[in-house]
Design a protein around this ligand. Structure first.
Ligand code: SF4
Length: 872
């Protein structure tokens, strides 16, 4: 439905132009238009701004004394929010930096004008379509390549802008086709093309014209748009839901009429001669009706029971009123003739029953009208249910009489309630008085299928300090802003029973889908709709104004559907908001500095940025004097809002704005606006939590689960460490005993089965088998240092001896062979340390280890120990 939506739009309009050839698809948008990720979805994503990037100037050199004076004045503005003071600089209009690319002179493509189908096949997809999508979809059919029909593609914003201008002169919906012709002629004149370009442009316009619907009409965006959307939805929905219902009513009426006709034919007077005379007419010239009457026999079947006949006549009478009950009016509307918007309600809603109401009385009267309508519905559906039973010959007097005697609207099924024309109260902030609050709450809790449409055309609080005493006025405003704002949408949610939509036509799909849900749902509903009026535009495109209100969290979107699920959280959705999981939508602004170097500034969009679009509130924003642009007390508003009140002291919050020359300026946000930002942030966080984002309870549950897992994990690790330590100790003990045994054996010249005359950890032994889970533990345990076993005594690794005889030649009493002719140490008292070292050096198997000198007085020990070291 919108450019950012994937919803299809079926065009069912019959084309008047004979040259029109229907495409293979009903949907001109199937081929889609190019999209790119938007920075902020304030306007459709295919808008290509042509403006250059803004300039970020450097801070000028200024005397410190001057800076201090300016700083005090700036801080004073922040605290008091007085009118902008003269800082000796030219006062220039500023605009929010993130919107600067949309606020130029170039036309901005939006979802308006909006085309409305006269006879849609599907609702709401086929009912509304932005003209921009009609154009882009049609062009994609005959010029899908990017460079094809370039002039036409580039002229689309101009065509759409011209349609907008035409609609501004005529606020009521206008027929599409004459406007389209006008826009084409205007484009041809404006571009002044000639030659081949002019011919190609003409051909492309014709192709475009041939592919878009001629019927239907166009809507502009203003305070009346929600009413037009509602009127068209009522008409289309009522028609759609009554189509099959009409057929059933006709069938039942026909059946009951037949029953009565047959019954009449069985009555005795139908066999009398005077009745036959009138029945036969001219035929009496040939038939004697007196004789015929005498021979006619009693009917074979029984006549209707008197009570049944009366019941059928009564039911038929009620069914005969079907057209009056369901088709004459598609809705019952309660409106304020004195309030805003001032419209001719009969023209806006030609098929609806209009009830004027007084301010403050709307809810009460809507409840009463709804009860009357429901009573009529109960009577009609009683008749319908009886007719169905009669058709089946299944009416049981004893039970059904009693049942239908007590039948009222509360016994209607959901389907029956959905068929009833809705009762709708249209309010706005000026007509919905606080005195009406209790009645409104009762209405929304009543289970009656009454709908309240509350139109909103301002978002920021009214800022009208009395001119006579500006300071006192600002003081009062500051005080009042400590009170949180009333939120009708949230108020309606708190009644639990009502479907609540908070939306705006600028988020077309969200708005229309929610309205359809509300109209089709038999529950009460509140439609809280933001729509710009002429006063709030102030030169700002109404689409942009409304989009900025939504994206700044001033007016967040949401939908609450009670009864859709048992779980409360699943009934509430705020996903339609931009970057719904963050406090503020953020984007990066590309700029250039004075040296033409690219600079990227991260920015967020807040109510203070939105306030810059409002003539009264923008006075609460003060451009920072150029001399103070590097002042250390300045802090970006989003960061300021994160500070505690203590930390915020002495800081001055600012936002980024651009001037008419596209130069970036820091702008101080007054304390009043900061309060507004805090209040909106609080409300937004409430909406987030209700929608399941950053839900305290969900986060707490997740943390509890993590803590539980962590405790379990730590216990497992502790157990594994304990097991590992025990295993390690056991291995160490066994290894040490084994080594000591073997060492002792080696020293005593014993032969070992294991063949390891060594006291060192056995290198050739297979590693002890340790269960897999314990090896996992080892991975997380710092490896303990192996105990190094060293020996001062000389020794020989007997099993490795190759029997070369070299050592025996040095000292045959020291080096001896065993029975296997492998060397071992003999009488150490005959040995010198030098002989042991020489033996070790000579031994080809490197199995002689000299140890340390036994005689400390042996000469040259220092050098000998150095030589011995590699063999120990
Ligand atoms: S020198 Fe080494 S290999 Fe040769 S006999 Fe002596 S211990 Fe054995």
């Amino acid at each position: 439905m919108t450019s950012s939506s994937s919803t299809a739009v079926s065009l069912s309009t019959q084309q008047e132009n004979e040259s029109f050839e229907d495409s293979s698809s009903d949907n001109p948008l199937d081929s889609g238009k190019e999209t790119k990720p938007p920075d902020l979805t304030l306007v459709p994503s295919d808008f290509r701004p042509s403006r250059i990037e803004p300039l970020l100037p450097a801070a000028p050199q200024t005397d410190d004394g001057d800076k201090e004076t300016l700083h005090h004045r700036l801080f004073d503005f922040f605290i008091n929010g007085r009118e902008q003071e003269d800082f000796g600089e030219e006062q220039i209009p500023l605009q929010p930096a993130l919107l600067s690319k949309f606020l130029g002179k170039e036309p901005v493509r939006t979802d308006f004008p909006l085309w409305v189908a006269p006879d849609p096949k599907t609702i709401p997809d086929g009912l509304f379509c932005p003209v921009s999508e009609l154009f882009s979809g049609a062009i994609a059919e005959f010029a899908p390549e990017p460079e094809a029909s370039r002039i036409l593609k580039d002229s689309l914003p101009v065509l759409e802008e011209h349609l907008q201008q035409l609609l501004l002169q005529h606020p009521e919906p206008l027929n599409f086709d004459p406007l389209l012709k006008d826009a084409f002629e205007n484009a041809k004149k404006r571009f002044g093309l000639s030659g081949e370009d002019a011919s190609r442009f003409q051909e492309d316009l014709q192709q475009l014209r041939d592919r878009i619907p001629r019927k239907g009409f166009l809507l502009r965006l203003d305070q009346h748009t929600p009413l037009h959307l509602l009127a068209n939805l009522l008409k289309a929905l009522q028609k759609e839901k009554l189509e099959s219902f009409c057929t059933e009513i006709q069938r039942l009426r026909h059946h009951l009429q037949e029953l009565l006709q047959v019954d009449r034919s069985k009555q005795p007077e139908h066999r009398q001669s005077n009745h036959l005379d009138s029945a036969l007419g001219q035929g009496t010239r040939f038939i004697n009706t007196s004789e015929l009457s005498g021979v006619l026999q009693e009917p074979a079947t029984l006549m209707l029971d008197e009570k049944r006949r009366e019941r059928i006549i009564r039911v038929l009478g009620l069914l005969e009123r079907f057209e009056e009950t369901f088709l004459e009016h598609d809705a019952h509307l309660l409106v304020h003739e004195e309030g805003q918007p001032k419209v001719c309600w009969e023209e806006f809603f030609p098929n609806s029953m209009i009830y004027p109401v007084l301010s403050g009385k709307g809810s009460l009267e809507a409840g009463e009208v709804c009860i009357e309508v429901l009573a009529e519905m109960a009577k009609f559906f009683t008749a319908l249910r009886i007719a169905r039973l009669e058709e089946e010959d299944a009416y049981q007097m004893e039970s059904h009489d009693r049942f239908f005697e007590h039948f009222d609207w509360k016994m209607l099924s959901e389907e029956e309630l959905q068929l009833a024309p809705p009762v709708i109260l249209i309010e706005n902030e000026s007509t919905l008085q606080s005195a009406d609050g209790a009645e409104l709450a009762e209405l929304l809790r009543s289970s009656r299928p009454v709908k309240v449409m509350l139109l909103k055309n301002r978002t920021l609080p009214a800022f009208v300090p009395p001119e006579s005493d500006l300071e006192a006025g600002i003081g009062q405003l500051r005080d009042s802003l400590f009170n949180f704002r009333p939120e009708p949408g949230y108020f309606a949610v708190s009644q639990r029973k009502a479907l609540v939509l908070q939306s705006s036509p600028v988020r077309l799909e969200h708005c229309v889908t929610g309205m359809v849900e509300a109209l089709q749902n038999p529950l009460p509903a509140m439609l809280h709709i933001l729509t710009p009026d002429a006063e709030t535009r102030e030169g700002v495109d109404p689409f942009l104004w409304s989009g900025a209100a939504i994206e700044s969290r001033e007016f967040p979107l949401f939908l609450y559907k009670p009864g859709s699920s048992k779980a409360w959280g699943s009934r509430f959705s705020a996903e339609a908001n931009l970057q719904a999981d963050t406090d503020w939508p953020s984007s990066e602004l590309n700029a250039v500095d004075e040296n033409h170097e690219a600079v990227t500034l991260p920015m967020v969009f807040t109510p203070a940025d939105f306030a810059a679009l409002d003539e009264t509130w923008r006075k609460q924003l003060m451009p920072v004097p150029k001399a103070l642009s590097d002042d250390e007390s300045l802090i970006y508003l989003a960061d300021y809002l994160e500070l505690s009140r203590e930390d915020a002291y002495e800081h001055i919050p600012f936002i980024w704005q651009t001037d008419q020359n596209n130069v970036l300026r820091r702008t101080v946000v007054s304390f009043i606006l900061v309060q507004i930002c805090r209040e909106r942030l609080d409300f937004w966080r409430l909406i987030q939590e209700m929608g399941g984002t950053h839900s305290f309870h969900a986060l707490q549950a997740a943390q509890d689960a993590r803590d539980e897992l962590s405790i379990e994990h730590e216990a497992q690790i502790a157990e594994m460490l304990e097991t590992h330590a025990a295993e390690l100790e056991q291995i160490r003990k066994e290894t040490s005993e084994n080594a000591m045994d073997q060492l002792a054996g080696a020293l005593l010249g014993m032969d070992f089965d294991v063949g390891m005359p060594s006291g060192v950890p056995a290198p050739d032994l297979p590693p002890p088998e340790i269960p897999l889970e314990e090896t996992l533990v080892e991975a997380v345990i710092p490896e303990e240092e192996e105990e190094v076993v060293s020996f001062d005594e000389p020794w020989i690794e007997t099993l490795r001896c190759t029997s070369c005889n070299d050592c025996l030649e040095i000292n045959p009493k020291l080096f001896l062979y065993n029975g296997d002719k492998q060397a071992y140490l003999g009488d150490l008292s005959t040995a010198t340390f030098q002989q042991l070292v020489i033996g070790a050096e000579k031994c080809p198997a490197k199995c002689i280890h000299p140890g340390k000198p036994l005689n400390p007085d042996e000469p040259g020990l220092e050098a000998l120990m150095d030589r011995a070291a590699p063999f120990n």
